[in-house]
Design a protein around this ligand. Sequence first.
Ligand code: DHE
Length: 525
Amino acid sequence: MKKLGTILTPIAAGLMLAGTASAALQPVPTLTDAEMKQSAEIYFDRCSGCHGTLRNGATGPNIAPAKTLKKSLAKLEKILWEGTEGGMPGWGREGKLNKAQIKMLAKFVQIEPPAPPQWGMPEIKKSWKLVVPVDKRPTQPPKANWQNYFGVIQRDAGKVSIIDGDTKKIISTMDSGYAVHILRSSASGRYMYAIGRDGKATMMDLWATPPNIVAEVKISLDARSIDTSKYKGYEDKYVVAGGYWPPHYVIMKGDTLEPIRVVSTIGYTYDTQVYHPEPRVAAIVSSHVKPEWLLNVKETGHVLLVDYSNLENGSITETTIDAERFLHDGGWDSTKRYFLAAANARDTISVIDTVERKLVANIVTGTKPHPGRGANWIDPEFGAVWATVHLGEGLVSIISTDTSKKTAWTVVREWELAGNSLFVKTHPKSKNVWCDNTINKTKAKTLTVFDIDHPTAPPQEITFKKTVVHLEYNKAGDEVWVSLWDKDGAIVVLDDKTRKEKTRITGLVAPTGKFNVYNTVHDIY
Ligand code: DHE
């Protein structure tokens, strides 16, 4: 077991470019126009998510030419090929890029980044497509147990499949666009929304037989997050999606995706008050206590509370809370009053109270916390807790969320994990906490399962033949679904009690996230 309260090296850890920097700057290399274009595409695909379009750094370090020119091309090529201990993928080693592409990319990151295009309301409006008007949609839900449907992302195929959680049959596969990142449900559960790396939001109607796409709109050129209005009286009314580039958020009508407002997030970092040209919108959650969304603005370290109750009169109210940098993913505690967000450059979990509308704690956990939405359970000693795993080390940090206890908002337990991880999950009816080890060089095919009632007992490891990623429960909370992340991928359905495989849904291309309708609507994790 790790010692509690370890002070972990901030910023320097994780995806930092490894190796010694030589003082002298290297000469700026050259690329042909065709090579620049090709490198820009590879950079967008592989690098910009972590390092930023303008390369100022976030989950990964700043790799602007001022930094990269301090390293030789050979050194940069090695990092791109091998990856780093902190979690940077080895693009060559993993077979994702060939030698020629690595050489080109090493040069590209030593050259000033090309100016990225803009994407404002005229472009957003032009991209909007209402595929099935509201009055042409079914008025009754299907007979099937549709609240136990799962939306499953087939990332590399640009598709989303809807799988019936009862029958385990794929009932619909839809073209959702390039590399869908997450899915979220409307408050009623009827609509599921996808957001892709290409900034395209897609709206799917689960009442249709089979479920179909009813609207789409490209909210930006690069995006990762989307959510809906869940507060009483606003169910299914609005959708909000966050852009990585341009850095903005877009509010849309919940039943058609017709864009209503675009709002920039460009501004100043919360602490140093330095101008940042690319503050990207990371996780978005929908408040249950007020008609508002919480948006993580990554680079400036702000959590925005965006009040949507006055949109009909043409206004939104933004409350800015200083949290920490660089905000990434996060989720609710079990009461859904507190939002816990990972600030992964500072190895911190920021806690926002949505009732008092303030930051209540910044908790140092481990190297680059990455909770997904985290996991809530009742610890036998500490009561209500929420947990995160980490990109930079094999560690589950368990934080007390019980505000009646002195230990509230401190790390009360730490579990050592086999490897660097992406996601952790449990369910109120379960006695298990499941973690993947997806970004660990040797343990990527292994799931680790902890026993809630025996928190100091050694965990069980379950190993598959392929990389495993992301976990989700069914509505009843007695099955765990996990993705075998491969071109010839599958969803493995595990019995939560026995931890044994029940069945396997095959024929899926690179399945990543999967989202159960009921659990997503009710933020159960
Ligand atoms: Fe994700 C969640 C961003 C890499 C699969 N990912 C999120 C969220 C953000 C984000 C901001 C939170 C959304 C929310 O809750 O509103 N992810 C990024 C990146 O910037 C990053 C590091 C690099 C990139 O270029 O995309 C990245 N993510 C990945 C992956 O490599 C994964 C495994 C596969 C993929 O799609 O590329 C991946 N991310 C996911 C999934 C979630 C997610 C499945 C939703 C988890 C959940 O249960 O809510």
